[in-house]
Write a protein that binds this ligand. Sequence first.
Ligand SMILES: NC(=O)c1ccc[n+]([C@@H]2O[C@H](COP(=O)([O-])OP(=O)(O)OC[C@H]3O[C@@H](n4cnc5c(N)ncnc54)[C@H](OP(=O)(O)O)[C@@H]3O)[C@@H](O)[C@H]2O)c1
Length: 387
Amino acid sequence: MNIFLTGSTGFLGGELLASLSKRKEVDKIYCFIRPGNEQDAFTRLKKVFSVHGDYLDSNKVIPVTGNLFDPHLTQSLQANKMLDDVDVIIHSAANTSFSRIYDDMLEQVNIAGLEKLLLWAKQLPHLHTFLYVGTATICGTDITHRSVREEESPNMNAQHLVRYTYTKMQGELLIDKYIPQEKILIARPSIIMGDSRNVTPRSPVILWAVATINQLRLIPVNEQAMLDMIPVDYAATSIIELLLAKRNHKVYHISSGQQGATSAHKLSISLAEYFNELPPFHFTNKLLLTQIKLWAKSRLKPDSELFNYGLYLDYWNKEFTDPGAIRILLAGLAPYLEFMELGQAFDNSRLLIDVPCVKQSIPAEVYIKNCMNFISKINILDGAIDP
Ligand SMILES: NC(=O)c1ccc[n+]([C@@H]2O[C@H](COP(=O)([O-])OP(=O)(O)OC[C@H]3O[C@@H](n4cnc5c(N)ncnc54)[C@H](OP(=O)(O)O)[C@@H]3O)[C@@H](O)[C@H]2O)c1
């Protein structure tokens, strides 16, 4: 199997790369990678392998420099004859930001960039599978407090909380336009958070939100709402096993499902055990978020409900001496809180039935215990400033 992998420097893509490189079924992995500001593509690849001390076999793992922004991307991939033996494409690269400032970039990378890749892929002589890493959250905001099935998406009428999920939905639709149905495989992970192994997770993404919630302690979100979260090692292993399995469907959730879902309440118990010097967690109605924002701007009316939570206001005043800090943190956290309110779990029975070697994921409130040291080191303000 000769794989063309995009996004290998990312959170999930890095894990896919390191795991794929250990599989005997895989002959070559061409890593589509953009050079960094100070590092060339190969140095960036070496870094991916060094995170967990994995071995980089340079006969097997080959960097292919490029950028999804490049207007000539299709042509330059076509001109690269080395890539003619590619039979599997795994498209994991994406702009994953929830921030509105990136709306234009999200379209450029997640839709236009994908289309350039598809124009090349459809002409490949040996293409067997185009594996698109989508996201289960494309189901939108109308489905709440229940399990979501794969066939409910893509839904053109779905309302999206952020542009990111809209662009990922459009991505799925675009693939149908260029690639025959039998060659398409769509893996839709739920929320990927941390790593279940006792290792440093590849990325603070999502764990940043957990670290921020842990630091704030008074959180305007429904603590009982289901949260479908999986660790990155589980996500990568499941996707690889799915790729290698005999499948009965085109689309699969890679998720905890309702039976393995966590909640803000369950996560807070694990966090409180480790970070026991902070005030106790308290969850309130989401409407309190507006009051917290006004409080952070010193514009909250004196008779407001938030003043009943003096313990937390005193703690915030001590902890965040710059009042702007709370505003910045809340701006970053707001979309995560909205996702948390939805109470969605993503049905994983297709995956568990078709790929029997993949078992139910470990609940997030259990494996998060391996991430506590990492969470304690996350600079939540830096993460909020660079979403
Ligand atoms: N993380 C989650 O919770 C989650 C959940 C569900 C689905 N997913 C999906 O999983 C996939 C991987 O997500 P992730 O968390 O690994 O994301 P990530 O850590 O943000 O990584 C994104 C990857 O895409 C690459 N990329 C971005 N823009 C590019 C461009 N213009 N040209 C070439 N490469 C570009 C990045 O390269 P650089 O290193 O050069 O920036 C990086 O390798 C995405 O498709 C995402 O939608 C993620």
